[in-house]
Write a protein that binds this ligand. Sequence first.
Ligand code: TEU
Length: 549
Amino acid sequence: MSDFRKSVVYQIYPKSFLDTNGDGLGELKGVTAKLDYLKELGVDYIWLTPFFVSPQNDNGYDVADYRSIDPRYGTMADFEELSREAGKRGIGLMLDMVFNHTSTEHEWFQKALAGDPKYKSYYIWKKGKPDGSPPTNWESKFGGSAWEYVPSFDEYYLHLFDKTQADLNWDNPDVRREVQEVLRFWMGKGVRGFRFDVVNLVSKGEFADDQQGDGRRFYTDGPRIHQYLREMNEATFGREEGILTVGEMSSTSMENCFQYAGADSRELSMVFSFHHLKVDFMGNEKWVLVPADFQRLKEILFSWQTGMAAHNAWNAVFWCNHDQPRVVSRFGDEGEYWKQSAKMLAGVIHCLRGTPYIYQGEEIGMTNAGFADLSQYRDVESLNHFRILRDKGMSEESVYNILKVHSRDNSRTPMQWDASENAGFTSGTPWIGVNPNCRTINAAAQVGDPDSIFSYYKALVRLRKDCSVIARGDFTPLDQSHPAVLAYKRSLPGEELICISNFYRKGCTWKCPEDLTGYAVRLSNYPDPQPGRETALRPYESMILLRRK
Ligand code: TEU
């Protein structure tokens, strides 16, 4: 568990994982009930998205009390039981720390609103422009202005996300001390890791109009960010052996990540970056329909692999999380080649240099939600953008077509445990619709089947433990310009691995630039792979080859 390079993390969105009390919402007890399933998969850590007290306007990313558990998710005793039971199975818990902002229901913000100067300076307040309009033209990530007016102060507060998520003022040392205390509190409860939500946005720079964009260049990877991370590290998790930390880095640069996740920089263990998941955007514009740019995907993945390695820095590697559509729907095939493409995509991530993250349901090939009516959507970002796109004059049908592809709700439908009506998730009414394909796509059908997607993930987790080359080897792209294949080599003295994947439903030929003598197939998504000097690859065919000397 301690070497994070050999570890695999499993992400749980508790609300959609397992409901044990019939209220339609998953809770911590549901996670405890499924620990044996996770043990079977072989993961080392569980990252739990926020379960703290929250009005749930952004499903818990609007925290009203960092030290208490929202009764909807259970009690502190439930948490302690989960921690104990996970520990028995060699699984560590990672918590999700949302420190860029608090809910406006947080006591600090309530005191600020009541005029207490100490707490007012915990947040970011500015006067409007002379004409009364917001201080800058920055846009909220969820649509609309990033500023909200408070008449009693004749000032605006900053909210980079929803207006009920007020940005904290990290330039105030009291704020930085408060968040450190929260970390110490959870470390005292035996937590083994932290995921830091949008942590590269906490150091704000100049407050000025952005003539080129939505404002992000003024607060992303801001002026004092490295100082703040190092300070947090030294005051809290850096004092204890083996606490895994990962920063969610929004629109970051690789140069900054060298430092955020550098082996010697004493900031964080690793970073999530998202550039590879914008290859089906138009620049930063997500609410469009454009085909994924495969060459760009390779370029980004490979440049981060080689760049981070050259600077001795570490990546978190992933396709899926609670903000992203399901990868099999996105870069694979939901139909005929569902199983092959889900396995192929898994192999690509799990053999990279970095710590792989599996998002609940990914390991059984769960697909996008397919919601075609506004009443089915729950996410604030989707609901806001429905309105924004309609206001721009787009037809309802076109808006639904975009939401079906990009909505965050795609990944938030309940975990599909079995073929029963609500997929074994709840005996009540689920808070968000269950995908009807749970009849065929579910964990019960896959756990015991050696040919299932679940078994493939399990084999990949095992492979990382068995082969040091995955955790420690060098990374070399192979034949990067091939129109359909993503291939790379990992190498250590005495151990080499080659991962070859066809990303398309059309067969193709791939000429290996390496001599394959001595390589054997370790894993493949077809029963009879035939690697050679010229390999004929079938739809979505993928093979992982290993050579040991
Ligand atoms: O997400 C940060 C973030 O900027 C994106 O993932 C964002 O949701 C998406 O790009 C918008 O198109 C984190 C959390 O993962 C997310 O669930 C929260 O809503 C957000 O921070 C605010 O806390």
